[in-house]
Design a protein around this ligand. Structure first.
Ligand SMILES: Nc1ncnc2c1ncn2[C@@H]1O[C@H](COP(=O)(O)OP(=O)(O)OP(=O)(O)O)[C@@H](O)[C@H]1O
Length: 259
């Protein structure tokens, strides 16, 4: 699966908040098509790392590049346009908007239709709108959410809201999809379905996926490689089996289960 050129290259990246090194000297390379896990105990710096990749935070040290292009100091929306999409640990949907509108919002920013044509409802807008509806329904079908398209997002059960978040992230047409604890709060059946779904969308959309997850069976079962953060530093990387047996990882998780 590995090609010579990484899709994402993170070189000695760090960020300090006052005296706290939330992320320090982290090196990560993701190759096209990989499904990679990012794990670590609470407060290890995982979400901060996602915030660095998506431009929410600017690194105080190091560089991040996507397909060889430096992302430093680009605002989050530019980084989304370049090809990095994410979901959040706490669901962030437009709760009062319909399910379909939540998806459409994501690719509005990428669409070629001007704001003017939207405001004045010109014919090109309608053509665009129809195309958008069709495309949004395609996404919703993949996530088995098309029958809820006109429901308000807030009325969906929790597991479906989580799936809708992923559908919305995908609608931005990413090359790299970052999932922050996608199975949080899901029951075992939903988690199992989600695992299959992640594997399926990776294939279907030719994606690279980086996944933060506390559910170890999920990470170990679905990821090909895993990075482990502890106190802001990478303490291990490798295949699930290596990670499971790595003494540093076991020590970091002392008191927590890693199997
Ligand atoms: N904006 C900020 N200002 C100050 N400290 C911050 C900020 N963002 C994160 N931190 C700190 O950085 C550290 C890493 O937090 P982060 O949320 O990235 O950990 P995490 O691995 O995602 O944890 P969890 O698994 O609990 O979600 C924590 O000590 C956190 O308090």
């Amino acid at each position: 699966m590995k090609t010579k050129t990484p899709l994402l290259k993170v070189d000695s990246v760090g960020i300090h908040f006052g005296g706290l090194k939330a992320v320090s000297d982290v090196n990560v390379e993701l190759y096209p098509g990989e499904l990679v896990g990012l794990i670590g105990p609470n407060g290890a710096g995982k979400t901060t790392f996602f915030n660095l990749l998506t431009g929410v935070y600017v690194p105080t040290e190091g560089t991040i590049s996507l397909e060889g292009e430096d992302l430093k100091k680009r605002p989050p929306y530019k980084i989304t346009q370049k090809g990095i999409s994410r979901t959040f640990q706490n669901i962030r949907l437009f709760s009062e908007l319909s399910v379909i509108d939540n998806v459409k919002v994501a690719y509005h920013s990428l669409s070629k239709h001007s704001i003017l044509s939207s405001i004045f409802r010109m014919p090109s807008h309608f053509k665009g709108e129809k195309e958008m509806d069709e495309k949004a329904i395609e996404f919703l079908k993949i996530f088995n959410l098309d029958q809820y398209k006109d429901e308000k997002a807030k009325n969906l059960p929790y597991g479906k809201q989580r799936r809708l978040e992923i559908a919305r992230a995908l609608a931005a047409n990413p090359k790299l999809l970052l999932l922050d604890e996608p199975a949080a709060g899901m029951n075992p059946q939903e988690t199992h379905e989600l695992m299959n779904l992640i594997a399926l969308i990776r294939e279907k959309f030719d994606l690279t996926v980086l996944l933060i997850e506390h559910d170890m069976p999920l990470v170990m079962g679905v990821c090909e490689r895993i990075y482990v953060l502890d106190h802001g530093q990478l303490i291990a990387q490798g295949q699930p089996e290596e990670i499971r047996n790595n003494p540093k990882v076991i020590e970091a998780y002392l008191g927590e289960e890693v199997s």
